[in-house]
Structure formats: structure tokens, C-alpha cells
Design a protein around this ligand. Structure first.
Ligand SMILES: Nc1ncnc2c1ncn2[C@@H]1O[C@H](COP(=O)(O)OP(=O)(O)O)[C@@H](O)[C@H]1O
Ligand SMILES: Cc1ncc(COP(=O)(O)O)c(N)n1
Ligand SMILES: [Mg+2]
Length: 479
């Protein structure tokens, strides 16, 4: 827990210091990326105290939601009473509300214990595509909770669901959705809760999040405050670690509001926090690890997999090899091990890929026998000739272009690649800095024994490995 002094204080008339306080009413994500866990982390990062009422416990990881166990509505009511009757909550932030009854219970508590602001993240489906709160809750969201919300933060799918399933594919569509959700919130407000005279004071803000806007190179969110639109635009960070971004954003907004920051600035601060968090974590392997990435790349069209581990202990390398073997075997795709002939032998992998400073290919062939695949990295025609004489099956040629995965590796460019291909008696796979942007320039060399490309960053730094593999593959085969 943070030192108390690290928390933001809300000054009170009496002169006593009190902490800015967000109550999150949401589901638990056992994987720690989204839900209650994300909410508490976001509030802590904003130096705001966070209490938590848990609505549902999910068995969840970075791959998906494996199970959902929702708490009894009266027990959620009891948690709400415990917190709200005792503590001074500034802002309530809501996440997963799995049943209509849960929404009713929450709305009753909000009316009984009013707070300064309510942030509603209408969580319906997780990033992994699993349903967290079904269509039966839609009416409760719209009729009971939205009228109490100061801001509602739907993603594209949720905005679409709130508006009866309309399709949202462009930034203009997002503007339309933000205005429609606002108008319809206001109309319900008018009919259900307060006379029209209150409407000017208590309009509802809508933030339609564009994290999933197809084909966009920016991450654009549309904020509508009832009068003006604000386009919040940030760079789209290429990472698969976007699980929990929505929860983090909404909680950070709540935390800023709790400190007394005005609405638009709170949203801007939250957007900027999510950007920094994504930048910081973009290359982390949290789960969904090599095995899932291997599966996704095969499903996207990869025809051979090489496992390359530069830092793992031998025992860890062996474990990863066994796991990858199981996947590759089930898809009938060969698995090659980088450098470690012992690991390849121990796990009965399909072969090895060796560099110029690793075990000489001739010896590798002796050890592995004729049935295994051997690939050798080559930069020059002489190396290519030697690989053939040593009994290799193919050569990997490069680095063609500069790449982050091998920063000090000198590159040979397209010309160097062509020279080696022409001299090689073995099939060639081009490697080094190749991706969707330049793969066609490589294949256009048109040398018959240039059979394909080997990639790392082009697939694994992307949000969807399968989609990116498919894209690369289509560019590879188009002539
Ligand atoms: N790859 C990304 N790069 C930068 N910002 C992103 C990325 N993905 C999502 N965001 C931002 O994270 C926040 C949550 O958006 P989104 O992913 O659409 O919501 P949800 O997590 O509810 O599906 C938004 O501010 C969105 O712009
Ligand atoms: C318990 C819980 N609450 C909310 C989300 C949504 O988060 P995301 O859409 O970013 O996966 C989630 N996955 N799990
Ligand atoms: Mg998201």
C-alpha cells in the first residue's frame, strides 16, 4: 500500500485532511490485467484511494475468460452498504455488472448515498471476445444506470449495443454514436428522474473509445459533453497487451474527478496515462506467451517455426520447446531450434537453425543424422557454398534490413541478398527487418531459390499475430 501522504488530499471545510476516494464496483480478473485489479492500480497511480465492491469473480488470463462466478445480488448490496455508509466516497466507477438485478441494487445504493460523480464503463464483452454481461442487462444500463452517470465510456462494440446494434466503422460514426447516446441518456433522464429544468445542469458526458477502430493508425476517442465534440487522438501503440485498457481509462477518469479535476481534463489525463502505460508495457510478455503466438502464426499461415531463446536457462528452454512441439505437431508444422542442438535432440524437434559462430553445420549433421532439417545463417556466397557442402537443407540470408532484434548485425541489403541467392545451391529464406512494408521488395527480386521470409517483430510486436501473418503471407504470394 502507498504511504498515506502519497495520496491526494481533498481539503475539507473543517481543515481536516481527507483522501480523494474512488469506489469501483466491478468484476475481479484473476489475471490482474482488467477489472477490479486494473481499477485499483490506476487509482493508485493517480494517488487516489480506491475501495472495491466485487460483483463477479472471473477465471481469466490474457487468452480469455475461462469462467465467471457472479456474487449474489444481496451480497453486492451488503458490500455497497459497508463502504458507502462508512466512508466518504467521492466518485463511483462501475465495470462488470453481470445481471439486471445487480444494476438495480447499485442504482438504489447510489440514490441512497449520493456521490460527487458516477463513471459508468458499460463493460459487456472482454477484449478477448468473451461475454461479461449479456444483453439482458442492456435495458437496466440504459434506463437505470445511464441517467445517474456523469460520464459513460463505451468502446465501439458497447456503443453499438447501446444503440441497438448499429455499425460503427469511422470516426464520424463515433461522433454520431456519442451524440446519440448523450441524447438518449438525456431523454431518459427527463422522463424518469428529474423535470426538464434540471437538464441543463446535469447533462451527461459520453466518451466513445476507438481502441478497436479498424484500420486506424491512431487511437482516437470521441468525447461529447452535450455541446461540443473533442477528438482525443494518440498514437496507436503496436502491442498485444491492451487487455484492461478500458478499465484503466475509466478508473483514471474517476480518480481525477475525485481530486476535483474538471471533466474534460480528467478524460485527457486518463488518455495520456493509458498511452504511457501501453508504451511502458508494450514489449512485455505477460501471458498468452510464446505458445499462443506460435499457434496464432501457424493459423495465419506460417509454414515453419524456429524457437529462438537467447536468455532462457536450459530447463526453461526445454520446457518451451516441449510446449511448442506439442502445438507444431498438432498442425504438422516443423519446429526448428535456434543454435541448441542438445535441446533439439532432447525434445526430438524437427531440426536446428545455426549461425556462423555456432556448431559447424557438418558436425550438426553428424550429430542429428540425415532426417533432421538444418538451416544455416549466411551473409556471403562463400558461406552459402560451405553450408551446402556441409549438408545443410536451407540457408537464412541477412540481415537484409536493420532490425531491433539484432541491433549490431550488419545488413546486406537487397543487393547482398540477391548475390547470395544467385550463388546458393540451397533454398534461401530472407531474414532481418522484413515486414508488411518491405516484403514485396524482397520477393520482387524474383530469384527462383528465394523461397520465403523469416520474421520476428513483424508478427510478434503486433496486436494480432494471426491477422498480421495472414497479411504478410498474402503480400508474399502476390506476384
Ligand atoms: N493500441 C493502442 N494504442 C494506444 N491507445 C490505445 C490502444 N488500444 C486502446 N487504446 C486506448 O485505450 C483506451 C481504451 O480503449 P478501448 O480498447 O477501445 O476500450 P476497451 O478496453 O473498453 O475495449 C482508449 O483511450 C483507447 O484509445
Ligand atoms: C472482470 C473484467 N472486467 C472488465 C473487463 C474488460 O476489460 P477489457 O475489455 O480491456 O478486456 C474484463 N476483461 N474483465
Ligand atoms: Mg481494450
Amino acid at each position: 500500500m502507498l504511504e498515506e501522504s502519497a495520496y491526494a488530499a481533498v481539503t475539507q471545510g473543517s481543515g481536516l485532511r481527507r483522501l480523494a476516494h474512488v469506489l469501483t464496483v466491478a468484476g475481479s480478473d484473476s489475471g490482474g490485467g482488467a477489472g477490479i485489479q486494473a481499477d485499483i492500480k490506476a487509482c493508485a497511480a493517480a494517488c487516489v484511494y480506491c475501495s472495491s465492491v466485487i460483483t463477479s469473480v472471473t477465471a481469466q488470463n490474457t487468452i480469455g475468460v475461462q469462467g465467471v462466478y457472479s456474487l449474489a445480488e444481496n451480497f453486492v448490496a451488503e458490500q455497497l452498504r459497508s463502504v458507502l455508509s462508512d466512508m466518504q466516497v467521492d466518485v463511483i466507477k462501475t465495470g462488470m455488472l453481470p445481471s439486471p438485478g445487480m444494476i438495480t441494487v447499485l442504482c438504489q445504493s447510489i440514490k441512497e448515498f449520493p456521490v460527487r460523480a458516477v463513471v459508468v464503463d458499460p463493460v459487456m464483452v472482454s477484449t478477448s471476445g468473451d461475454v461479461l454481461s449479456g444483453p439482458s442487462t442492456l435495458s437496466g444500463f440504459c434506463k437505470e444506470l445511464l441517467p445517474l452517470a456523469d460520464i459513460v465510456t463505451p468502446n465501439l462494440k458497447e456503443a453499438s449495443a447501446l444503440l441497438g446494434g448499429i455499425s460503427l466503422d469511422t470516426v464520424d460514426d463515433m461522433r454520431f454514436a456519442a451524440k446519440s447516446i448523450h441524447d438518449f441518456g438525456a431523454s431518459i433522464y427527463q422522463s424518469v428522474i428529474l423535470p426538464a429544468t434540471y437538464l441543463d445542469m446535469l447533462y451527461q458526458n459520453v466518451l466513445v473509445k476507438g481502441g478497436d477502430l479498424p484500420g486506424s493508425s491512431a487511437a482516437i476517442d470521441i468525447f461529447f459533453d452535450g455541446e461540443q465534440f473533442h477528438e482525443l487522438c494518440g498514437p496507436r501503440i503496436m502491442t498485444r497487451n491492451t487487455h484492461g485498457t478500458g478499465c484503466t481509462l475509466a478508473s483514471y477518469i474517476a480518480a481525477e474527478l475525485a481530486k476535483g479535476t474538471p471533466m474534460l481534463q480528467s478524460v485527457q489525463a486518463a488518455k495520456s496515462f493509458v498511452k504511457s502505460a501501453l508504451l511502458y508495457s508494450k514489449d512485455l510478455m505477460i501471458g498468452n506467451g510464446p505458445q499462443e503466438a506460435v499457434k496464432a502464426s501457424i493459423e495465419g499461415g506460417a509454414t515453419i517455426i524456429q524457437l529462438r531463446e537467447k536468455e532462457a536457462e536450459t530447463s526453461e528452454f526445454v520446457k518451451k520447446t516441449v510446449d511448442c512441439m506439442a502445438i507444431c505437431r498438432s498442425y504438422h508444422v516443423p519446429l526448428l531450434i535456434n543454435d541448441r542442438i542438445d535441446v533439439a535432440l532432447a525434445c526430438d524437434a524437427d531440426g536446428v537453425h545455426i549461425g556462423q559462430s555456432d556448431m559447424p553445420a557438418e558436425l550438426a549433421r553428424k550429430i542429428l543424422g540425415p532426417g533432421k532439417i538444418i538451416g544455416v545463417s549466411c551473409k556471403t556466397p562463400a558461406q552459402a557454398m560451405k553450408a551446402w557442402a556441409d549438408g545443410a537443407d536451407y540457408i537464412g540470408c541477412g540481415g537484409v534490413f536493420p532490425t531491433n532484434t539484432k541491433q549490431s548485425n550488419p545488413t546486406i541489403g537487397l543487393k547482398g541478398l540477391e548475390t547470395v541467392c544467385l550463388a546458393s545451391k540451397l533454398p534461401v529464406v530472407a531474414i532481418g527487418g522484413i515486414g508488411a512494408g518491405n516484403v514485396q521488395s524482397v520477393m520482387e527480386l524474383g530469384v527462383p531459390n528465394l523461397k520465403g521470409v523469416a520474421v520476428v517483430s513483424a508478427l510478434f510486436d503486433q496486436e494480432s499475430v494471426a491477422t498480421e501473418t495472414r497479411r504478410l503471407k498474402s503480400l508474399l504470394t502476390v506476384r
